[in-house]
Design a protein around this ligand. Structure first.
Ligand code: HEM
Length: 490
């Protein structure tokens, strides 16, 4: 019997023994690891055209476990081996700041959990943590089940559903309700649009003088600012309403609004967070918490639709757990069902292996240091590419094949822990991981218990992806949905 990860338990953490040591080849002239050269790539137009995730994968294939290259003068060290990733994300975290994209994202996100540096980050993380504890997440199960059923309640027999759009709206409703006790029904469409605008920002982050470019009245920057204004209006409204009736509802918003700063307590006064600080944290969680989960769910649904035998087995598991014997229909899912849906956990895990919503995790060297004999200069960007490592045949044989059996307990134990790290690792590991697993498994169960999924006829056999700030489908993902007959009604 296999089990999905326990809620709240890190999926990736300390280093385990690895079967092979990292392969690192040093260029004798530069003293740096080998890697692709910038100018030939620029002249061939690849710097702008190439799919970033595939570029990092081909670097790993061609140059080994530590790759060095430059991008518009920015020095980049790419780590492709679980041992190096552990050193980068966990052991050497003290040498690093946030990566370039997150630093530049402060323009929109302010100083929230994703973008802030120590010691502010640790203080804010301690304040937010209780909202993500196992018991709290268990309480969110009912909300997830209810919203998922409301969504499928709109589906029609034989209809075509664009599942990426559906999953974005669903994940947004769930984050809004569970963490802010707010119904975002009125705003969902405009929030989704604002996020969409923000996701186009990645290519700008790497350009020289990106900070100046951000100030220019470019159409993309205008869209981002418009989106930001809409999100701000929603969040400041939420804050104002809650300050007006400040009873503790036990959600993240209450925690942020009632938290007092320890340092100020030591100085004899209890300073609360300003509205601006609360806004930064709320916006961060709202953005970080819904796109990623929605993308993972979309990829999982598409993989299920294109692998009918896996879908069959997954549906059987969901129906066995959710069949309500008396009325002969499916009951709503709850958090207690999570542990009884191990195969769905494996499917969600395998979807995030092939299509990790966060496809690369980055840090910036805050100071110069020596790493395995290599001089890491201040300002160097260090990256751990989930997309490339998750498709490395050393840890995941036949890496492009969808196979949920890779996530049985035995299969997981047989490979190094950081050969799979969709939620990263170390002190900045995803705070919402437990919630994401719960959402993934319970939403898949709700859908599969009642509906059979097939790709719309004429759909391409491979899914095109777009590596923006998150990895997302490049276009609409249309699936045909049909009711599964109730057992005994065949
Ligand atoms: C499948 C879904 C998700 C994936 C793949 C994912 C992935 C990640 C990753 C890789 C990081 C670390 C980034 C880094 O180290 O630079 C991260 C951080 C974060 N995630 Fe998630 N995430 C998911 C869902 C969620 C959810 C549901 C929430 C909240 C509701 C959330 C909130 C956050 C926050 C606030 C951070 C910043 C944590 C910190 O720096 O202390 N994420 N996520």
């Amino acid at each position: 019997m296999t089990t999905p990860p326990q809620i709240g338990r890190a999926s990736a953490g300390l280093q385990t023994e690895t079967a092979t040591a990292p392969r690192i080849e040093i260029d004798a002239r530069s003293g740096m690891p080998v890697g692709p050269r910038f100018w030939p790539r620029l002249l061939r137009g690849e710097v702008f055209r190439s799919n970033g995730a595939e570029f990092l994968r081909s670097n790993a294939d061609e140059f080994g476990d530590l790759v060095y290259f430059q991008n518009f003068g920015v020095r980049v060290l790419q780590c492709n081996h679980p041992e190096l990733i552990q050193e980068m994300l966990v052991r050497d975290a003290g040498h690093h700041h946030r990566g370039l994209v997150m630093q530049r994202s402060r323009m929109v996100l302010g100083e929230g959990l994703l973008t802030s540096e120590e010691p502010l980050h640790m203080r804010q993380r301690r304040l937010a943590q209780p909202a993500f504890h196992r018991e709290r997440i268990a309480a969110y199960g009912a909300v997830i089940g209810e919203f998922a059923r409301r969504m499928t309640g709109q589906w029609t027999e034989g209809g075509v559903v664009e599942v990426h759009g559906e999953m974005l709206l669903l994940a947004l409703r769930i984050v809004g309700k569970t963490l802010f006790d707010t119904n975002v029904e009125q705003e969902v469409e405009s929030i989704a649009e604002s996020v969409d605008a923000f996701m186009g920002f990645l290519p700008l982050a790497f350009l020289p003088m990106s900070n100046l470019i951000q100030q220019l009245p470019l159409p993309l920057m205008r869209r981002i600012r418009r989106g930001q204004a809409r999100l701000d209006a929603l969040i400041y409204r939420m804050i104002a309403e809650r300050r007006a009736s400040p009873e503790d509802r036990g959600d993240l918003l209450s925690m942020l609004l009632t938290a007092t700063d320890e340092e100020s307590l030591e100085q004899g006064h209890a300073a609360r967070m300003t509205d601006r600080q609360v806004r930064d944290e709320c916006l961060t969680v709202l953005l970080a918490g819904h796109e990623t989960t929605a993308n993972a769910l979309t990829f999982a649904l598409w993989l299920l639709a294109t692998h009918p035998e896996v879908q069959q087995r997954a549906a059987a598991e969901a129906r066995q757990v959710l069949l309500d014997p008396s009325p002969g229909c499916m009951r709503a899912v709850s958090s207690e069902d999570y542990a009884r849906l191990p195969y769905l956990g494996q499917i969600f895990a395998e979807a995030m292996r092939l299509y990790p919503p966060v496809w690369v995790t980055a840090r910036t060297a805050a100071e110069e240091y020596l790493w395995r004999g290599i001089r890491v200069q201040r300002g160097t960007i260090l990256i751990a590419p989930q997309y490339a490592v998750h498709r490395d045949a050393r840890w995941h044989p036949e890496p492009d094949r969808f196979d949920p059996e890779r996530f049985t307990v035995a299969a997981k134990a047989a490979r190094p822990r950081l050969a799979y790290f969709p939620f990263a690792a170390g002190s900045r590991q995803c705070i919402g991981e437990g919630l994401a697993w719960m959402e993934g498994v319970l939403i898949l169960a709700t859908i599969l218990a009642d509906w059979e999924l097939t790709p719309e006829s004429g759909s391409p056999s491979a899914l095109a992806v777009q590596p923006a700030i998150t990895l997302r489908p490049a276009g609409p993902v249309r699936l045909v949905v049909r009711h599964r007959p109730m057992p005994g009604n065949r």
